[in-house]
Design a protein around this ligand. Structure first.
Ligand SMILES: Nc1ncnc2c1ncn2[C@@H]1O[C@H](COP(=O)(O)OP(=O)(O)O)[C@@H](O)[C@H]1O
Ligand SMILES: N[C@@H](CCC(=O)OP(=O)(O)O)C(=O)O
Length: 404
């Protein structure tokens, strides 16, 4: 049955972030099921045909690796889990790539860790890569980089992180996430969601949605809509989880809370239904929908625009100001007259007019030293002189926020 709220959730989303649990991808022999992957690719194709972008956060590498290595049981120690993940990932991505090629495009693999979202320049690189993959029409497929990510997601402040950097709310960790769990794509999916514009996070598991009690209990009922997040929802969740997964419903709720508390919408639904994404796209009342709280701006924009103090500024000429404000363009080196302050790659920098009025902010592709060498010049000039220019823009439009 169609529902106006569900319709609005699907229609207002520009990017579908689809998290697929291990068990959704496994057949009854616990091997990866190519027909499930084909059904996902079919649905992703339909979603894209309606003008939306898709990012997949897919588990399944450990399960696939166990099968390929002939392991009867899931390893209990980290090196063997990591080896299974490394072996299975190649197979997993190959299946996705084959399935997407039938529709005329390629799968692109991104193996990420929580640190990639905490470190400024890595955060910027993830965003840039995702946007460029969208430009090429590829489907980004993300999994946790299990070889290096042990405990990262569970560690509130990894050593690589500078304590003076204020993080986007979406990636700040609270003690409730602490623990020593290995690999958790539910959390990773929430982090990915929070860095995209107008996302809808869809978590596909092997259950219809969130039940108000143990789903094995016949008296438990499916919760269809959660309009306002309430921590008491954690009380609905028992310790049970499906056999191959690592997340469990508690982890899903933690991830969902992370997304809804910065205003993003989430739908938890059953990925064993090969039409579930179509139903969501058409606004049908499947699974459990969690509505984002008090949304007025995407999390990443809020972070760039309001949360942290800019480290420096680009003073631009009037042509650049008009290109940004009126034509929605990126900031190119040619339009920058002056650089103030010292900043690193990926830091938030103000964009100001010559009289000092700040009208925009964004993430700089260059540090202040490198930017000094580029400003006032045309891209071709810079290329000829230096032989290289990794980014045409000092701030890309996708990483820029207008201040009203
Ligand atoms: N209140 C609840 N509502 C729904 N599922 C629940 C609840 N409490 C526990 N669960 C369990 O959580 C499982 C989903 O978690 P998990 O096995 O980690 O899935 P995945 O592999 O998709 O990440 C369900 O199959 C169900 O057994
Ligand atoms: N990186 C691991 C995913 C671990 C994980 O979060 O699994 P799941 O609970 O099934 O989503 C893998 O690919 O097997």
């Amino acid at each position: 049955m169609n529902n106006p709220i569900r319709k609005e959730l699907a229609e207002s989303a520009r990017t579908f972030v689809i998290k697929i649990g291990t068990n959704v991808l496994s057949d009854e022999k616990q091997a990866l099921d190519p027909s499930r992957i084909a059904a996902l690719a079919e649905q992703v194709n339909e979603i894209r045909a309606r003008g939306k972008r898709c990012v997949l956060v897919s588990s399944g590498s450990i399960g696939a690796g166990m099968r390929l290595l002939g392991l009867k049981e899931r390893p209990k120690d980290l090196p063997h889990l990591q080896a299974a993940a490394a072996t299975g990932q190649a197979h997993l991505i190959g299946l996705y790539d084959q399935a997407f090629q039938k529709h005329g495009y390629r799968a692109a693999q991104l193996l990420l860790t929580a640190n990639d979202f905490r470190n400024r320049s890595r955060y910027l690189n993830v965003r840039n890569t995702l946007h460029t993959l969208f430009e090429y029409g590829c489907v980004p497929i993300i999994n946790e980089n299990d070889t290096v990510s042990v405990n990262e997601i569970a560690t509130p402040f990894p050593t690589a992180m500078r304590s003076d950097i204020e993080l986007p709310h979406s990636v700040r960790q609270t003690p409730t996430h602490a623990g020593t769990k290995f690999s958790d794509n539910d959390q990773l999916a929430a982090m990915v969601t929070n860095l995209l514009d107008a996302p809808l996070l869809i978590i596909l598991s092997v259950i219809e949605g969130l039940f108000d009690g143990d789903p094995r209990d016949q008296n438990s009922k499916l919760i269809s809509n959660v309009e306002d997040w309430d921590d008491n929802l954690f009380n609905c969740v028992g310790s049970s989880r499906s056999s191959g997964g690592t997340g469990g419903m508690h982890s899903k709720l933690t991830a969902i809370k992370k997304a809804v508390s910065v205003g993003e919408n989430v739908i938890l639904a059953n990925g064993e239904d090969n039409h579930v994404l179509m139903k969501i796209l058409n606004g049908e009342n499947v699974g459990t929908a969690f509505l984002g709280r008090g949304k007025f701006m995407p999390a990443w924009k809020r972070w760039i625009g309001f949360t942290i103090n800019p480290r420096g500024s680009f003073v631009v000429d009037d042509g650049a100001r008009r290109a940004i404000v009126e034509a929605g363009k990126s900031l190119l080196p040619i339009g920058v007259r002056e650089i103030r302050g010292v900043f690193d790659v990926g830091e938030v920098v103000s964009i100001k007019t010559a009289d000092g009025a700040e009208f925009a902010r964004g993430l700089s592709n260059y540090n202040s030293d490198h930017a000094h060498q580029l400003i006032g010049q045309r891209s071709e000039e810079i290329r000829t002189k230096t032989g290289t220019l990794p980014f045409l823009e000092v701030i890309h439009r996708d990483n820029l926020v207008m201040l009203d």
